[in-house]
Design a protein around this ligand. Structure first.
Ligand code: ZN
Length: 203
C-alpha cells in the first residue's frame, strides 16, 4: 500500500507546481485542509464558483465576472471610462494596482506576459497583435505602456512602440521614477500615480 493515498498524491503534485508553493508547502496546505473538512468543502465551492463565473474580458483580457459567454469586464462595461486612452499592462494584478491609485480613467489592455527571449516568449505569444488591431478599430488616441522596468518589460515596450508607430497613435511609458526592476503591481499608489502622471511620450 502506498504511504500517501493516490488522490492526495495527485493533489500534492498539483499544489506543488503553484507559484510560491514548493512540495513542502503543498504538503502543509493539503494536510491542514484534510484536518478541517469544512475548510476543504469551502475551498471546493470557491474553486467551482471561480471556474463557473469568471471569464476573460473579450475586449481587454481583464477578468470578467459575468460568466463565460461574451464576458466583458467592469472597466470595459463602464460607459464613463475614456475609450480613447489604453493602458497596456502585463497582468490583471497591475489593473488592480492602477485602479487602487484611482488616477486612470481610460481602459486597459492585458498582455498576459511580456516578450522574453530567455523564456522563449515572442510578440505573438502575448496579446500584442490584439492590441495593434484594437488601436485601429477602437480609434484609440493614446497608448500608455505601464510595464515593469525589467529588461523584458522594456523590450516589450520597444516592440509595441515599433508596431504602433505606423498608426500615428501617441505612445507613452511610465515616468522613470519607477525603481529599476520593479513590477507594476508592487508599486504603492503614490509612486504609481506619479509614474502615470509623468509618463513620457515615446512615439
Ligand atoms: Zn475589459
Amino acid at each position: 500500500m502506498a504511504l500517501i493515498p493516490l488522490p492526495l498524491e495527485r493533489l500534492l503534485r498539483q499544489l506543488g507546481k503553484l507559484p510560491g508553493l514548493g512540495p513542502r508547502s503543498a504538503q502543509r496546505v493539503a494536510l491542514s485542509l484534510l484536518q478541517k473538512p469544512e475548510a476543504l468543502a469551502e475551498l471546493q465551492r470557491n474553486l467551482a464558483d471561480v471556474a463557473a463565473q469568471l471569464g476573460i474580458c473579450e475586449h481587454c483580457g481583464n477578468l470578467a465576472f459575468n460568466g463565460r459567454a461574451a464576458p466583458v469586464c467592469e472597466v470595459c462595461a463602464n460607459p464613463a471610462r475614456n475609450t480613447g486612452v489604453l493602458c497596456v499592462v502585463e497582468g490583471v494584478a497591475d489593473i488592480w494596482a492602477l485602479e487602487r491609485s484611482g488616477v486612470f480613467t481610460g481602459r486597459y489592455h492585458v498582455l498576459g506576459g511580456v516578450v522574453s527571449a530567455l523564456n522563449g516568449v515572442g510578440p505573438e505569444d502575448v496579446r500584442i497583435p490584439q492590441l495593434v488591431k484594437r488601436v485601429r478599430t477602437d480609434e484609440v488616441q493614446e497608448v500608455i505602456l505601464a510595464l515593469g522596468a525589467s529588461v523584458d518589460g522594456q523590450t516589450t515596450c520597444q516592440i509595441i512602440t515599433d508596431r504602433l508607430m505606423p498608426q500615428g497613435v501617441a505612445v507613452s511609458t511610465l515616468a522613470k521614477g519607477m525603481p529599476v526592476g520593479a513590477a507594476v503591481d508592487y508599486l504603492d499608489e503614490g509612486t504609481l500615480s506619479l509614474a502615470l502622471a509623468g509618463r513620457q511620450r515615446v512615439a
